[in-house]
Design a binder for this molecule. Structure first.
Ligand code: SF4
Length: 365
C-alpha cells in the first residue's frame, strides 16, 4: 500500500542541531509555497489510493489549518489508516487540533528532542517539559491519542542524568511511539559546524563524545523496552500495533509520493527528488510547473538490504541473495554485526551502533 509525504520546511527558529533544508523564511515565500504545493498535489495522477499521509518538515504544525485542509482535500483515501503531522511543542492549540482532526489527521509527532531545560536552551528550542505535557493532554482530549515523541541522544549538555529526566517524562506521558536519534556531527547544522571548527557556541564543547552518545542511546533503548515500547527500527520504538505505518513503507520499499521542497518519491521502480529549498521550489514551480530535480532508477536489491535491515525484525533473503552477498555477510557475522536466524538476516545490537558501516557495504555494490 502507498503513502503520501508533504514537506513544509518553515520553522519559527532554526535549531542548532538541525541539518534539514528548513528554517525561518519570509512570509511572502510561504504564500508562494502554499500555492505551489497546492498545484503540485492537484496535478498528481494518483495511480493508487494512499493509506497513509505524513506532513513533515520543518514545522507543518505551524501551517495555516485552512491551507492544510485544502491540500488534504486533494488527497484520496480519507479516512487514512494513518495521517501524521509533525509539530514543535508550543504550537498546538485546541482550535488547531479540531481543524487537523476534521482534515483527517489522526496522529501527531511531537519534535520534543529533550525535556531538560539546559539542553533545550542550548538547542534554540523554546518549549518546556510542561508545554509538552499540556499539549499531549490537549491532543488526547480532542481525540488524537496516537502520538510520537522525538528525542535526541547526544545533545549539548546531555548527561546520563539529564537523559533519565527526559525518559521519566516519557514514562509519565505514556506515548504509543517514541523516536530516538543519535546526534551526528554534520557541517550542515550550526552545532555540527561549530564542533568541526573547534568552537564553543551552542554548547559545542559540551556535546558528549561519540561513545557516550552511543551509551545514552542504549540507555534509552533499555528504558523504553522496560516501558513496553520496543525498538522496531534503529531509531523507532512503539507499543505493539503502534509502529508508524507510513515510515515502515520506506524500509519495506512500498511506494510513496512526496510533495514540496526536498520531497522524495518512489513508485516501485523510480526514485524522484524535488529541488531542495523552499525558494528553489517556488521558483521552479513558477518557471516550469515542476519541482523535479532528479529521477533515478531504484537499485531494489541493494536497497532491500540497507533499508530493510534498519528494521529489528530483519529481512528474509533468497538463496540467490545469500550467495551473492556471502563475502560481506561472512565478515559481518564474524565481527558480530549481523546475525542469521534461518533465512532471516538482521543487525545485532552492536550492528545497530555500526549500521552505517554495514550499509555502506551494500551501497557500494
Ligand atoms: S529541528 Fe525541526 S523545528 Fe528545529 S529547525 Fe529543524 S525542522 Fe525546524
Amino acid at each position: 500500500m502507498a503513502g503520501v509525504y508533504l514537506s513544509y520546511p518553515f520553522c519559527r527558529q532554526k535549531c542548532t542541531f538541525c541539518n534539514f533544508a528548513s528554517g525561518v523564511m519570509p512570509a511572502s515565500l510561504e504564500d508562494g509555497y502554499h500555492r505551489a504545493l497546492f498545484e503540485e498535489v492537484s496535478r498528481f495522477g494518483w495511480p493508487w489510493i494512499p493509506e497513509t499521509v505524513y506532513w513533515g518538515g520543518g514545522t507543518p504544525g505551524n501551517l495555516d489549518p485552512e491551507v492544510l485542509t485544502s491540500v488534504m482535500r486533494l488527497i484520496p483515501g480519507k479516512p487514512w489508516v494513518e495521517a501524521t503531522i509533525e509539530v514543535a511543542p508550543g504550537g498546538v492549540a485546541r482550535e488547531k487540533l479540531r481543524a487537523w482532526r476534521a482534515a483527517g489527521i489522526n496522529r501527531i509527532s511531537f519534535g520534543v528532542q529533550s525535556f531538560a531545560a539546559r539542553e533545550l536552551r542550548a538547542s534554540g528550542r523554546r518549549h518546556t517539559a510542561a508545554t509538552v505535557a499540556e499539549e499531549i493532554a490537549l491532543a488526547r482530549e480532542e481525540g488524537i491519542a496516537n502520538f510520537n515523541i522525538d528525542l535526541i541522544a547526544g545533545l549539548a549538555f546531555q548527561t546520563p542524568r539529564s537523559l533519565a529526566e527526559s525518559l521519566d517524562w516519557v514514562e509519565r506521558l505514556e506515548p504509543p511511539h517514541v523516536s530516538v536519534y543519535m546526534f551526528e556531527i554534520d557541517t550542515d547544522s550550526r552545532l555540527g559546524n561549530e564542533i568541526s571548527s573547534g568552537g564553543a557556541r551552542y554548547g559545542a564543547n559540551q556535546v558528549p563524545p561519540e561513545d557516550l552518545t552511543a551509551e545514552l542511546y542504549l540507555t534509552a533503548v533499555k528504558r523504553l523496552e522496560a516501558m513496553g515500547i520496543a525498538r522496531y527500527e534503529i531509531s523507532n520504538f512503539a507499543r505493539p500495533g503502534f509502529e508508524s505505518r507510513h515510515n515502515l513503507k520506506y524500509w519495506r520499499l512500498e511506494p510513496y509520493a512526496g510533495f514540496g521542497s526536498d520531497a522524495h518519491s518512489f513508485d516501485g521502480s523510480l526514485r524522484r527528488r524535488n529541488v531542495e529549498t523552499a525558494a528553489e521550489y517556488v521558483a521552479a514551480w513558477q518557471d516550469r510547473a515542476t519541482a523535479l530535480l532528479e529521477e533515478t532508477p531504484a537499485k531494489r536489491d541493494e536497497e532491500r538490504l540497507f533499508l530493510g535491515l534498519r528494521q529489528m525484525a530483519g529481512i528474509r533473503l533468497s538463496q540467490a541473495e545469500w550467495t551473492r552477498w556471502s563475502a560481506p555477510l561472512a565478515r559481518y557475522f564474524n565481527e558480530g554485526l549481523l546475525a542469521r536466524d534461518g533465512e532471516v538476516l538482521r543487525l545485532t545490537d552492536r550492528g545497530v551502533l555500526l549500521s552505517n558501516e554495514v550499509f555502506q557495504e551494500f551501497l557500494a555494490e
